[in-house]
Design a protein around this ligand. Structure first.
Ligand code: URA
Length: 468
C-alpha cells in the first residue's frame, strides 16, 4: 500500500507528482491511500517531493480535468483522479472520450460541480466595508460547496485590484493587500462585520432590478440557491419583493414606464420569456439597470450581442449616440469603421460577441447634439457587473479590448494602449488583446495617419483571430 499525504486540500502539484510516481512504479489505484495534512505554509512543496523520472505522459485534457475536479469536496477525488491517470498511463490514451465509462462520468460530475460553485462564488461574493485605524478594508463571507478559493482568488485580485480585501470561507481565507495575495486558514461567519454601506447598496440595487412580472421562484432558487441568501444583503429584500410582486405587476401593467424614445417591444409570452441564466435573461435584466446614474439620460441599455458560444469577443467603451437609439452596439460611425476592419482581417462579425464596458450612453447635451463623454472609473467598475456575466456566459477564447475603457473594465487597471497593444495577455483560461478604439482613427487629423492606424488595427484583429 502506498500512503500519500498531500499538503493541502487542493494540492494539485503534490497530487500530480505523487500520481506520476505511483504510476511509474506500477502501484495500482486500489493500493494507494490518499490523505491531506495541512501545513501552515499552504503552498510549500512537500518534503522530498522531487519529480520522478521516467517516460510518462497523459493528455492535456486529463490534466485540465484533474486540475478542476481536484477542487471538489469529495474525499475520494484524489483516488478517482489517480485511477484515471493509471488507465491513461496503461494504454487507454483516450479514456476521457468514453462518456459512458462510470469513472469518467463520476470525475466529469465532480468537475461540473466545481464549475457551478465557481460561477456562484464569482456572482455572489459581497464585500462589506470595514474601516479601522484609518484604513478601509473589504471583507466578504462565502460558503462554497467545494475547495474553490485558491483557484478563484486570482479572479478577485484582477477584479478588485485596487481594493484591499479578504474573502473568508469556512475552510480557507484569501487576503489581498493591493500587492500580494495570501491564503490562510478558514474563518467563521462571525468574523465578518454585520452592517455597512455596501449592504444597503446591494439591497437597493437588487430591488431596482427585480422585475415582478418575471418572478419565478423556482428559477430564482436554482440560480441563487437559498443557502447563499443569508450572506447576500440584497436577499433580505427578497421575501418582501415576492410579497409585493402581484401588486407591482398590476401597477406596471397599468403604467408603462418605457420612455417614448424607446422602441416598443412585443408583449412577452411564456414562450418568448428568456430562460434564466441565458444571454436573453441577462439582457432582459440589464434592460432595467439603474446601477449608476447613466440610465437616467440614456434611451436604453445597449447590451452585448452575438453568439453565446462565440470564440472571439470584442469589448468597446460604451454605446454612442446611434447605438443608444438603435439599442445595438457598434452600429454608428465607429461601428462601421470596425465592420470594415473586421472584414479586412477576415473576421465575420456575425460569429463575434460584441459588447461594451459600459451599457448606457454617457453624453453632454450641446444644443440638439449629444456629445460623447468618457465614462469614469466608478461607472466602468459598476458596469462590470454585466460585463463579467457576459464573459462568464460566453467564455471567449480571445477577447479584444478596444481602447482604454474596455481595457480597464476587463483587466481592472490602467492600461497604456501604445505600450501593451497587440500582445497576448492570459486571462481566465483565454487570451486578451488590447488595441485602439476605432473612434480614435476617426479623430486622426490626416488621411496618412488614418491609413497607417487603420492598417495597424486590421493587423491586430487578424493576429487575435489567429489566436482563436
Ligand atoms: N463606441 C463604442 O465603444 N461602442 C459602441 O457600441 C459604439 C461606439
Amino acid at each position: 500500500m502506498r500512503a500519500i499525504v498531500l499538503n493541502h486540500v487542493v494540492d494539485f502539484g503534490g497530487w500530480r507528482t505523487a500520481a506520476r510516481s505511483a504510476a511509474l512504479d506500477g502501484v495500482p489505484p486500489e493500493e494507494t491511500l490518499w490523505s491531506v495534512h495541512e501545513t501552515t505554509d499552504l503552498f510549500a512543496e512537500p518534503p522530498g517531493a522531487a519529480p520522478p523520472s521516467g517516460a510518462f505522459s497523459v493528455s492535456r485534457a486529463l490534466v485540465e480535468l484533474a486540475a478542476t475536479a481536484i477542487q471538489a469536496s469529495d474525499p475520494e477525488r484524489f483516488a478517482l483522479l489517480y485511477a484515471l491517470v493509471w488507465r491513461a498511463h496503461r494504454g487507454e490514451k483516450h479514456v476521457l472520450e468514453d462518456a459512458a465509462d462510470p469513472l469518467v462520468q463520476r470525475v466529469m460530475r465532480l468537475a461540473a460541480a466545481v464549475r457551478r460553485d465557481t460561477h456562484k462564488m464569482r456572482a455572489f461574493v459581497r464585500f462589506r466595508e470595514v474601516v479601522a485605524d484609518d484604513t478601509t478594508r473589504y471583507v466578504a463571507w462565502f460558503e462554497p460547496d467545494h475547495y474553490i478559493v485558491e483557484a478563484n482568488a486570482p479572479f478577485f485580485v484582477r477584479r478588485f485590484a485596487t481594493m484591499t480585501w479578504s474573502i473568508l470561507t469556512p475552510y480557507r481565507s484569501a487576503h489581498w493587500d493591493g500587492e500580494a495575495l495570501r491564503l490562510g486558514e478558514g474563518a467563521q461567519r462571525a468574523d465578518v462585520p454585520d452592517d455597512d454601506k455596501l449592504e444597503a447598496y446591494w439591497r437597493a440595487y437588487f430591488s431596482s432590478i427585480f422585475n415582478p412580472a418575471r418572478l419565478k421562484v423556482s428559477a430564482m432558487t436554482s440560480e441563487m440557491p437559498r443557502k447563499y441568501w443569508r450572506n447576500l444583503p440584497e436577499a433580505a429584500a427578497i421575501p418582501d419583493l415576492i410579497r409585493q410582486s402581484r401588486e407591482r405587476t398590476a401597477t406596471m401593467v397599468e403604467t408603462p414606464t418605457v420612455s417614448p424614445a424607446r422602441a416598443p417591444r412585443p408583449a412577452a409570452t411564456l414562450a418568448t420569456l428568456p430562460q434564466p441564466g441565458t444571454q436573453g435573461a441577462l439582457a432582459a435584466e440589464a434592460a432595467t439597470c439603474q446601477l449608476c446614474g447613466l440610465y437616467k439620460h440614456a434611451t436604453q441599455t445597449v447590451f452585448g450581442e452575438g453568439p453565446a458560444d462565440a470564440r472571439l469577443m470584442l469589448v468597446g467603451e460604451q454605446p454612442g449616440d446611434q447605438e443608444d437609439l438603435a439599442g445595438r452596439p457598434f452600429v454608428g460611425p465607429a461601428g462601421q469603421m470596425l465592420d470594415r476592419a473586421l472584414a479586412e482581417a477576415g473576421i465575420d462579425r456575425s460569429t463575434v460577441y460584441v459588447t461594451n464596458a459600459v451599457k448606457h450612453f454617457k453624453f453632454e447635451p450641446r444644443g440638439k447634439r449629444r456629445i460623447h463623454a468618457t465614462p469614469d472609473r466608478a461607472e466602468i467598475q459598476v458596469c462590470r457587473f454585466w460585463l463579467d456575466q457576459e464573459r462568464a456566459l460566453v467564455r471567449p477564447a480571445v477577447t479584444i479590448l478596444l481602447g482604454a475603457s474596455a481595457a480597464r473594465a476587463v483587466l481592472g487597471r490602467t492600461v497604456t494602449i501604445s505600450r501593451e497593444r497587440g500582445r497576448p495577455i492570459p486571462l481566465e483560461g483565454g487570451q486578451v488583446m488590447v488595441t485602439v478604439h476605432p473612434s480614435y482613427l476617426l479623430r486622426l487629423p490626416d488621411q496618412e495617419s488614418q491609413a497607417r492606424e487603420y492598417a495597424a488595427l486590421v493587423g491586430d484583429l487578424r493576429m487575435a483571430a489567429g489566436w482563436v
